[in-house]
Design a binder for this molecule. Structure first.
Ligand SMILES: [Zn+2]
Length: 340
């Protein structure tokens, strides 16, 4: 759901995490593959409210400016228990890290290099940095990624939000990115699906809903068979396209993304259950898409925990095992995460 930033970021992640300090009874570990390190004003002037879920979805009367629609959504929440966003960057970080500590969450954290570095410094064992290269892509990208990975600082490339610029993932201009990610064996995390309602009308936005289909990835995957891809937001609501992609391309994973807390539960559960019922329970990863509302992560965890159609084992796969496999975490890291 995050707006794509053209601001550069250097590079990123260590999959080998240091052990954290022991606490009495830590809950079973969770990997959240979709966390953002953002400034407090990244989504608009704080404080901003987030309803979980957003229900009813906004109705835009076009006699009003489109930005008024956003203001209503974020400043005049209609739900009883909105999460209000922090006023400072430091508080966004501190409140999010507190939620992660409380729930024993390890996060793939995306953002600008400076903020991601600060988060990593504050919680080295819990933050796996995820960054995006400069756009337009420059020559020497593969080498840059290689150096980032070798330095132990590059694990995931993302969140890649081409949809917000109206650019399809199959655009030839992106070819060097897929090639460089594949040759360096660095996973990519790509936005598919919902942006804020009305996003297409925001000045400068190229957002198009039709670019929500993860099937747009198909030629990229065939050309780069070793590329590891996280289809963010599970391609919602393009269920048939998502099922077709998962079936035909068994290396593709997806994350729950923002739909886990923005969609009314019946809609999210129907979608998630359809994916699980179709046999893809080993390829779904927990991702909260926490932006500037730290406690959305906690509410998102609850949505999965309370899903009546998931077994205990399926929940553990979604919360941890699938992401550990996708990220290729080593045995020592997995053992450290599971330390009581
Ligand atoms: Zn996101």
């Amino acid at each position: 759901m995050r707006r794509f930033s053209k601001i550069s970021i250097g590079l990123a992640v260590s999959a080998s995490l240091a052990a954290t300090s022991a606490t009495a009874a830590r809950p079973a570990p969770i990997i959240d593959v979709h966390v953002h390190a953002l400034s407090a004003d990244d989504q608009g002037p704080p404080p901003l409210a987030m309803c979980t879920p957003i229900d009813p979805m906004p109705t835009w009367d076009t006699v009003k400016p489109v930005m008024g629609n956003f203001l209503d959504l974020f400043k005049k929440p209609t739900c009883k228990d909105p999460i209000w966003s922090p006023m400072t960057d430091a508080e966004v970080m501190q409140r999010t890290l507190a939620v992660m500590e409380r729930n024993n969450v390890y996060g793939v954290v995306a953002g600008r290099f400076k903020l991601v570095s600060e988060w990593r410094k504050a919680a080295p064992s819990r933050v796996m940095p995820s960054l995006v290269p400069d756009f337009p892509l420059k020559p020497g990208l593969a080498e840059e990624l290689k150096e980032g990975k070798a330095s132990g600082m590059l694990g995931v490339i993302g969140e890649l939000g081409f949809q917000y610029d109206g650019i399809s993932v199959s655009d030839p201009a992106l070819e060097p990115l897929w090639a460089a990610a594949e040759s360096n064996d660095i996973p990519v995390a790509v936005h598919f699906g919902p942006g804020p309602p009305g996003m297409a009308y925001v000045p400068g936005s190229g957002y198009r809903a039709r670019l929500s289909s993860p099937l747009l990835l198909e030629d990229v995957l065939v050309k780069h068979p070793k590329l590891r891809v996280n289809v963010m937001h599970a391609g919602f609501p393009m269920l048939d396209d998502t099922l077709a992609l998962l079936y035909a391309h068994p290396q593709v994973y997806l994350d729950t993304g923002v739909i886990v807390y923005t969609q009314p539960r019946p809609a999210f559960y129907r979608y998630l259950q359809a994916l699980v019922d179709a046999g893809f329970g080993k390829r779904i990863m927990f991702g909260s898409d926490q932006m500037v509302w730290p406690e959305t992560m906690e509410r998102a965890i609850r949505v999965i925990e309370e899903a009546p159609f998931l077994s205990k084992e399926q929940k553990r796969d979604i919360f941890y095992n699938n992401a550990a496999r996708f990220l290729r975490l080593d045995d020592a890291t997995i053992a450290a995460h599971h330390r009581k």
